[in-house]
Design a protein around this ligand. Structure first.
Ligand code: ADP
Length: 706
């Protein structure tokens, strides 16, 4: 019944606690949610602002960068000194048609034998052979000249006549030398610009090298002019030799070497480009890599069906961008970097590395605008175009009539190519620094509030538990007290009724009844005394009267007092008296209180001892302390309960089974008495089995009064 009522009360209290907890936690939770939400808004607005700023900056940058790059491009493509481009100038121009490079014209690196010798008939071959034999074996110039006339008359292919003619000229030059040879060789070179020897060597180049050797001041300018035209319009593997011969004949000619080198560089680049991407777009950009260097190629439709190319190294572009960014008055925020993207490639200006793949804050686009005029040798374009597409020649014919190798056609080109400038977020820490500060502050507040709420809740929970335990203990106490009172009262009443109604006739029996009644009454008064003491202690009304106490007398008296109760449980009490002469001084204690404490200890020891056991009561003084010890042979007390048993109402074992008698306040009174005297009470285990309760009190001069 008591348990059921207690359980109900406990449920009610728990429910109330849950509500209390909710009331404490709810504001903390709501405030935290509001704080976090407002922080999120805060972050979003920082981001929004950054994007807005970035948009304006990107637009201005796109405009400024476009202006600066276009100026740099204009300078690079229109150096002002016409054809005399510097070798260091790394911006290139090219003209392609389909997969063929038209300008600067390409050539095979090694001689490729032409087809014409294999197309000759046996008779034609014999005629050609005869001319060669006449010249080189018989050294008969006249016979050779006659065979040459036959060749011409027989309408043999032009290359045969040209080769025999060259042979004749070389033969003459070897024999006579002289100015005439130089001019005749020059004329031969002019007539047969595209003819090769049977081994694949350009005939005109051979003739010019020889013409240079035999040149005289009168013929030299024309020979050099033709040689320069060959280098530009008909480059070949003999070109370097021709260049060397020209330089030898006229040292000033070395000025052209730079141009030649530059053409070679462009040829190398274009070869690599065509190898990597066979089909070039007619408009747009291509990135390609050569010798670990990136090049940007901008393509635009050229005249007729050609495609014009502007090539420049990424490094050059990067440098221009960097200089432009350095010169701009626009401040780039510390958290952002400028990314420049053109076609498939992009990079961060300044860092000059590949662009990180991060979403930009804002982007704006600009355009590369290249407008330049270049001069392309018309003979080269005409001849190459003819091979490439005869229809093209017809379209271009009007402007390509001259046979002068050094006549150029001006080509005006514009290329417009878009690029993108973005501001990317590279250092979010710096952008969100203020937000992060607030976040930490807020997190600190939230944690502090949660901790305070948690501490409050834990306190409330502990208080609830204490309250419930106290309630349970109090109700146990009440039932224990009534139980402890009921049994002795019933037996006293029974014995008194027996005596009254004369049911116990024998004197011995009557004496025994009387003894028992006295014993029960003593136990009852001890119980009541304990309860009253306890109530006084709780209310703070308990006082102790100190006076000199005869310790031996006190021990003896108490043991005597407890002897009947011990005997009843067949337990013997063994008092080990202190040596009479050892300590004559009498401690100043409240004798009655100390005796009451000792009674409680002996009573407990007897209660927990098995029948036939002995309870030892001893006393020893050490270092101005007197220790009274009660040692039993009971079950002992596990370590973890040795503190708790001194708490009021605490009883070990199940309350329902009530294995031992008692009301759970004896030891708390013992503790209070000991502490009130400035001492302490504790229990320790006895080796083997049982426990030893100790009251440690101050000796003679340390007695206290409360
Ligand atoms: P009680 O009236 O129950 O004896 P006490 O305060 O005197 O109350 O003791 C508290 C608890 O300590 C007891 O319920 C018992 O479990 C334990 N106890 C006390 N003395 C001994 C002892 N000598 N041996 C074993 N257990 C003991």
């Amino acid at each position: 019944m008591v348990a059921a009522v207690h359980a109900m009360k406990s449920r009610r209290e728990h429910k109330r606690f849950v509500w209390q907890a909710l009331l404490i936690a709810a504001p903390v939770l709501i405030l935290s949610a509001i704080a976090l939400y407002s922080l999120r808004l805060d972050k979003a607005s920082i981001e929004q602002q950054a994007r807005e700023d970035a948009r304006v900056t990107a637009q201005t940058l796109a405009r400024d960068l476009a202006r600066d790059i276009n100026e740099a491009l204009l300078d690079a493509f229109n150096p002002g000194s016409g054809e005399k481009l510097q070798a260091s100038q790394k911006i290139y121009y090219g003209l392609v048609a389909g997969d063929q490079v038209l300008f600067p014209g390409d050539y095979p690196r090694v001689p490729v034998p032409p087809e014409w010798p294999s197309q000759l008939s046996t008779q034609q071959r014999q005629l050609w052979q005869a001319a060669e034999d006449a010249l080189f074996q018989k050294h008969d110039r006249a016979a050779c000249a006659k065979t040459l006339a036959d060749i011409r008359a027989g309408a043999l292919p032009e290359p045969v006549a040209a080769n025999v003619e060259l042979d004749l000229l070389l033969f003459d030059a070897g024999r006579n030398g002289g100015s005439d040879a130089s001019r005749r060789l020059l004329n031969l070179a002019r007539r047969y610009r595209e003819i090769e020897t049977a081994a694949g060597t350009p005939l005109a180049d051979l003739a010019l090298v020889e013409a240079l050797r035999h040149s005289n001041p009168e013929s030299l300018p024309d020979v050099l002019s033709e040689a320069w035209g060959r280098l530009t319009c008909y480059p070949s593997f003999l070109s370097t030799e021709l260049l060397a011969a020209a330089e030898k004949a006229q040292p000033d000619f070395s000025l052209h070497r730079n141009k030649w080198r530059r053409d070679e560089e462009v040829r190398d680049l274009l070869r690599e480009l065509m190898r990597q991407s066979r089909v070039l777009p007619s408009t747009g950009e291509i990135w390609f890599q050569k010798d670990r260097q990136w090049f940007l190629v901008l393509c635009a439709p050229g005249f007729v069906r050609t495609t014009q190319l502007a090539l420049f190294p990424a490094e050059w572009l990067g440098r221009v961008l960097e200089e432009s960014l350095d010169a701009t008055p626009i401040a780039i925020p510390p958290y952002a970097r400028v990314r420049f993207q053109i076609g498939l490639r992009g990079w961060q200006i300044k860092d000059y590395g590949e662009a990180q793949d991060v979403e930009p804050l804002a982007s704006a686009s600009g355009a590369l605008n290249i407008a330049w005029k270049t001069r392309v040798p018309q003979a080269a374009v005409r001849d190459h175009l003819l091979k490439f597409d005869p229809a093209v020649l017809r379209a271009a014919q009007g402007s390509m009539q001259s046979s002068d190798l050094n006549r150029d056609v001006p080509i005006y080109e514009t290329i417009k190519n878009p690029f993108t400038v973005s501001l990317v977020l590279v250092d979010p820490d710096s952008l969100y620094a203020r937000y992060r500060q607030r976040l930490w502050l807020m997190a600190g507040f939230i944690v502090a509030a949660a901790a305070a709420a948690g501490i409050g809740l834990a306190g409330a929970w502990r208080a609830l538990q204490r309250q419930l335990r106290l309630a349970e203990m109090t109700s146990n106490f009440v039932s224990s007290v009534s139980h402890e009172l009921r049994a002795p009262l019933a037996s006293v009443r029974l014995m008194a009724e027996s005596l009254d109604q004369g049911r116990a006739q024998e004197i011995e029996k009557q004496k025994a009844y009387f003894r028992l009644i006295v014993q029960e009454c003593r136990r009852l008064s001890s119980l009541v005394e304990n309860v009253l003491d306890f109530s006084r202690i709780r209310e703070g009304r308990k006082t102790y009267e100190s006076e000199p106490v005869d310790l031996v007398e006190l021990l003896r008296n108490t043991v005597e007092l407890m002897a009947p109760a011990a005997a009843e449980r067949k337990v013997s009490l063994d008092l080990e008296e202190p040596d009479a002469g050892r300590d004559e001084s009498q401690p100043c204690w409240d004798g009655q209180a100390v005796q009451q404490a000792l009674i409680n200890l002996i009573d407990n020891a007897v209660k927990h001892s098995p029948a036939g056991a002995t309870v030892k009561i001893r006393c020893e003084s050490a270092e101005k302390q007197i220790r009274i010890m009660v040692e039993d042979q009971g079950p002992g007390i596990p370590e973890e309960y040795r503190e708790r048993i001194f708490e009021p109402f605490y009883r070990r074992g199940s309350e329902l089974r009530r294995e031992t008698k008692g009301i759970g306040i004896g030891l708390s009174i013992v503790k209070h008495v000991a502490e009130a005297h400035g001492g302490r009470a504790f229990v320790e285990g006895v080796p083997g089995q049982g426990s030893r309760f100790v009251i440690e009190l101050p000796g003679a001069e340390h007695g206290s009064k409360q």
